[in-house]
Design a protein around this ligand. Structure first.
Ligand code: ADP
Length: 365
């Protein structure tokens, strides 16, 4: 039986003077789901969080939690937790004091505070740190203390606003994995704001892509990656092979005349696209294969000709930048698979399997 969402936003709008920060946003979050709000700076992510928290009023629309309309319920009565980039750990308190702060404010007995703090410190793998001062912690340890502090009162919903943004890349990537596993271990429902696609991919069950105050697309990370709804989503997810084309045939198979050459897709034309329409064509960078011109292909797909412009070695993977027809395309291949004879200036044969090709309807293109 399908469960109903724990948090439901229905046509929520909020403007500041002339500026629409949030426009007509509808969103459902399931119990235990980890949702990432992803979008460029200024698109309205923080405003959306603040609205859910009750720190901003709505102009219109409704928000309900466990079926109850949150209108008129004060922020502190909602039972939600927060973790922000600006951690605001109390510098004069030790780790124990910080994590137990909210619990003491709730009037919890000292024995229960001690038990709960110890439980939370075990959860974030800082069991031995209870008496450390804040200034004796590394950046990553501080973030874990802040996470333990926000989880200690067992929030019904946890909201995290770019909590890792101030850390360096290596630490951020390792914490992303830890944060996800901690949140999943306790099964808290969480909304996580980030402008970093890699962070959203590492963390989210569901990515909600926001632009100009509106939800453009939402779904599991792999679904967004495979079938981005708009060019903006595609580019924001790091997809680069986005070229123009026209649908020329859609009988047994679909044929697109593109600036790289003739292409095909799997199955029939997506809704909203007809023969004769101009479309944007996305070719998955990892779906293309590149080989010297006389290569005998074992795989199926459309074969185009190109010229290699540049090869970029990126460790385990390499990028091959090519001119194919009138388009510049990139192919990403495992470095061990880069064929000899695929050097700058070389003519190459490019295999584009239909599975690697996605079309954007003209209205969204
Ligand atoms: P994000 O979190 O995606 O960076 P914000 O939600 O902070 O975006 O901001 C969305 C829009 O609303 C921006 O144009 C921002 O300038 C505006 N905005 C946010 N808060 C205020 C405010 N308190 N007063 C006026 N404008 C605001």
């Amino acid at each position: 039986m399908a469960t109903s969402p724990i948090l439901r936003l229905d046509k929520v709008s909020k403007s500041y003077g002339e500026t629409f920060a949030i426009r007509d946003v509808s969103l459902n979050v399931d119990r235990g789901e980890l949702v990432c709000l992803l979008g460029p700076s200024g698109c309205g992510k923080t405003t959306l969080l603040r609205i859910i928290a009750g720190l901003e009023t709505l102009d219109s629309g409704t928000i309900s939690f466990r079926g109850e309309d949150l209108h008129g319920i004060a922020p502190h009565s909602r039972g939600f937790g927060f973790m922000f980039q600006d951690l605001a750990l109390f510098p004069h308190m030790d780790v124990f004091g910080n994590v137990g702060f909210g619990l003491r404010m709730q009037g919890m007995s000292s024995d229960r505070v001690r038990m709960r703090v110890d439980e939370m410190l075990e959860l974030v793998d800082l069991g031995d740190y209870r008496n450390r001062k804040v200034h004796e912690l590394s950046g990553g340890e501080r973030q874990r203390v802040a996470l333990a502090r926000s989880l200690a009162p067992a929030p019904k919903l946890l909201m995290l606003d770019e909590p890792l943004a101030s850390l360096d890349r290596v630490l951020r990537e390792s914490l992303q994995v830890q944060v996800r596993s901690i949140l999943k271990e306790i099964g808290v429902t969480a909304i996580y704001v980030t402008h970093d696609k890699d962070e959203a991919f590492a963390l989210a069950d569901t990515i909600v892509f926001v632009n100009s105050g509106q939800v453009v697309q939402s779904g599991p990370p792999e679904a967004l990656f495979r079938a981005p709804a708009t060019e903006m989503v595609a580019r924001s997810l790091g997809l680069r092979n986005i070229i123009e084309g026209t649908v020329v045939r859609a009988c047994d198979s679909v044929e697109i005349a593109s600036s790289a050459g003739t292409l095909s897709i799997v199955g029939s034309l997506p809704g909203g696209i007809s023969v004769g329409d101009g479309v944007l064509v996305i070719i998955n960078e990892r779906g293309l294969s590149v080989a010297p011109v006389h290569h005998e292909w074992a795989e199926m797909g459309i074969k185009l000709s190109g010229v290699v412009n540049e090869q970029k070695f990126r460790g385990g993977e390499s990028e091959i930048h090519m001119t194919v027809g009138r388009s510049e395309l990139v192919s990403i291949v495992p470095t061990v698979n880069v064929q000899t004879g695929v050097m700058p200036g070389d003519e190459v044969s490019v295999l584009v399997p239909p599975e690697a090709v996605t079309l954007l309807p003209p209205a969204q293109a």
